[in-house]
Design a protein around this ligand. Structure first.
Ligand SMILES: [Zn+2]
Length: 283
């Protein structure tokens, strides 16, 4: 579930509740998601350690306790809750503090919870390899243009390459390309300078607008807010801009949703959507 805007809001909401609070207990309900790199059982070794900070790094949340870090990579389906009565089957880790309880649940068990020391963070796959944080001040137009300049990747794969941009997931990669009016399979080196700037502006605008929307919605912590998306998971619905039926394509193993009229394909290797009554599925 969580993508960048979700994680920004999660951090905003968890931090004031948990900052400075001491751990009372750590319960591992499903060890399959846990990587304990400290060599010590978190259940009893970390009692009374206070939370010193909570930072986001790309798709990771880094809870820094005194003497120990807990890094959560929620992947597609990780969810958080502070409900002390949370008893659902997907509960994986429960941390009781002297204040609230933090539950981490994941029904697909694709996410990971790492317990480790601060100096061991680079042992987490992809943690150190994150590219420029697209919500940071470092993510300027010139940095973006330099990053995309030599790429021959399809734009959707480029947007989701966390070693370049940290980090867009499936939903917001689709939303960015819809906002920029770019077909998801367009190779980066076929984009005009104006289109590249448009992609940059779209990343900034889509993320900023989504963060504001999710913040204002103030939904329960474990509820995914996605009703604002325009094309993601909206196959066969009308495009909000032109009314054309939204399509789904497979881009290097990932489903991508787009409007074939607002986001026309470049070049003859693409199926001419607009001239066919019932265009086939793109592969
Ligand atoms: Zn459209």
């Amino acid at each position: 579930m969580p993508e960048l805007p979700d994680l920004v809001i999660l951090r905003e909401r968890l931090l004031p509740e948990l900052l400075g609070k001491k751990i009372r207990s750590i319960e591992i309900l499903d060890p399959i998601v846990v990587r304990n790199l400290t060599g010590m059982p978190p259940e009893d070794s970390y009692k009374d350690l206070p939370l010193l900070s909570l930072e986001r790094r790309g798709p990771f949340l880094n809870f820094t306790f005194e003497k120990m870090n807990m890094v959560i990579h929620p992947m597609l389906s990780g969810r958080f809750s502070m409900d002390p009565k949370y008893k659902k089957k997907d509960l994986c880790v429960r941390i009781a503090t002297e204040g609230p309880v933090l539950n981490y649940a994941d029904d697909t068990r694709m996410g990971k919870v790492y317990f480790l020391k601060n100096e061991e963070l680079d042992q987490i796959p992809k943690y150190k390899e994150q590219g420029v944080d697209i919500l940071s001040g470092e993510f300027t137009l010139s940095v973006f243009l330099k990053t995309i300049e030599k790429s021959r990747q399809q734009i959707r794969a480029f947007l989701m390459d966390q070693s370049k941009l940290s980090a867009l997931g499936n939903a917001y990669a689709d939303e960015v390309l819809f906002a920029a009016k770019i077909h998801p399979k367009t190779p980066c080196n076929r984009l005009s300078p104006g289109e590249k700037s448009g992609v940059y502006e779209s990343i900034r605008k889509v993320l900023t607008d989504s963060i504001e929307y999710i913040r204002a919605k103030n939904a329960p912590l474990d509820v995914k807010v996605r009703d604002h998306v325009k094309v993601r998971n909206r196959k066969n619905e009308p495009c909000p801009d032109c009314g054309t039926t939204i399509r789904r394509a497979n881009v290097l193993g990932y489903d991508s949703f787009f409007c074939p009229v607002c986001q026309p394909a470049k070049g003859e290797q693409f199926i001419p959507w607009n001239s066919q009554e019932n265009p086939p599925e793109v592969n």
